[in-house]
Write a protein that binds this ligand. Structure first.
Ligand SMILES: NC(=O)c1ccc[n+]([C@@H]2O[C@H](COP(=O)([O-])OP(=O)(O)OC[C@H]3O[C@@H](n4cnc5c(N)ncnc54)[C@H](O)[C@@H]3O)[C@@H](O)[C@H]2O)c1
Length: 264
């Protein structure tokens, strides 16, 4: 994958950062976007400007070029600036990892409209906004891979997560529709469905629930393999494979990375 270019949302920490480093280790130049500051909902911490700076250093040390931007995937103009900047500085976008997302708990009938809207606007609409900016670049190149980070929440219902679950089922619908629209251009589109992942999101949810990160992961997971969660590097490895030529006929499908959870 030497000299390909990836664009990753939610790149400051968690799965986005791990994926940036894994792709960089394969010689992929890295562009990305992160809100890198507090947002109104949910109540746990997002990525930071310091994390973006330290990631730039790590990418440079791996010998790849980078173009990292601050912006919110809900804001089309900010996404457009980042995508245009990435193409200007790095020359193309061959891989899009639509990864930025939030999670929060709440019984469906007790959610505020603000909570519902934030969840859908970030996890679903933001994913679409980012694709809308990147897809024309890929169509012009007649190649590309789009990987949308969904969740096992896109394969089932989950208590106190109805807005999250609804947003992630939406991401699957978007994935399959993009796969149909973009196949004629040789562009593949796949959703990734991890079980709980050991990231700042999980830590943040645990703090809000008054539980340890392990307790919160185990409560919503129930993996078949005896692990509370998978690591961000496991998701990164899946992205490296799915973005590569080894996965050249994988499109429109759901890549399940669930430590066996959905088997039960
Ligand atoms: N952690 C889990 O257990 C888990 C499991 C399955 C799927 N996922 C999904 O994986 C993706 C990544 O999750 P994570 O665990 O790395 O989360 P995280 O909270 O650790 O990191 C998310 C990153 O996205 C950024 N971000 C959030 N909202 C943004 C916005 N509106 N615009 C730009 N950047 C924004 C944050 O600043 C942060 O850097 C999410 O879509 C999440 O739903 C997470």
């Amino acid at each position: 994958m030497n000299d390909r270019v990836a664009f990753i949302t939610g790149i400051a920490h968690g799965q986005g950062r791990a994926t940036a480093l894994a792709l960089a280790a394969e010689g992929v130049h890295i562009a990305g976007l992160d809100v890198a500051g507090p947002i109104a909902y949910p109540g746990y911490g997002m990525g930071t400007a310091d994390e973006l700076r330290s990631l730039e250093d790590e990418l440079a040390a791996l010998g790849v070029r980078h173009a990292l931007f601050t912006g919110d995937i809900r804001v089309a103009g900010e996404v457009r600036t980042a995508v245009q900047g990435a193409v200007e500085r790095l020359g193309s976008i061959d891989i899009l990892f639509n990864n930025a997302g939030i999670c929060a708990y709440g019984l469906s009938h007790e959610l505020t409209e603000e909570a519902w809207d934030a969840m859908i606007d970030i996890n679903l609409k933001g994913t679409w906004i980012t694709g809308r900016e990147v897809i024309p670049v890929m169509i012009a190149q007649r190649r590309g891979v789009i990987l949308n980070n969904a969740s096992i929440a896109a394969n089932r219902g989950m208590a106190r997560l109805s807005h999250y679950v609804a947003s992630k089922w939406g991401v699957v619908g978007l994935t399959k529709s993009w796969a149909i629209e973009l196949a004629p251009y040789g562009i593949r589109v796949v959703s990734i469905h991890p079980t709980g992942v050991n990231t700042p999101m999980n830590d943040g949810l645990a703090a809000m629930e008054g539980k340890t990160p392990k307790e919160v992961a185990e409560a919503s997971a129930g993996n078949l393999l005896p692990v509370p969660w998978v690591e961000p590097e496991d998701v990164a490895n899946a992205v490296v494979f799915l973005a590569s030529e080894k996965a050249r006929y994988v499109t429109g499908s759901e890549f399940i990375l669930d430590a066996g959870l959905l088997t039960r």
